[in-house]
Design a protein around this ligand. Sequence first.
Ligand SMILES: [Zn+2]
Length: 78
Amino acid sequence: MKNCYFELNEEHIYCPKCSQKVALSYKLRELFSHFLNDYFTFDSKIGRSIMPLLTKPGYLTEQFLAGRREKYIQPLRL
Ligand SMILES: [Zn+2]
């Protein structure tokens, strides 16, 4: 967009039209928003994961092995 007004999306690392590298700040902003998203998702998973961890040892591992992995923090991250 900056160099030749080609419409870029987040998958473009280089402009397909003029091959100029996509601005770094764009990528950083994206990374930052992923980080924030991760952080807050992580945070709510902590709340959901901490009680079973303290009161029902093995429960989270059970859930993890049963494939219910999105709802809780992964054992290794915890
Ligand atoms: Zn271009």
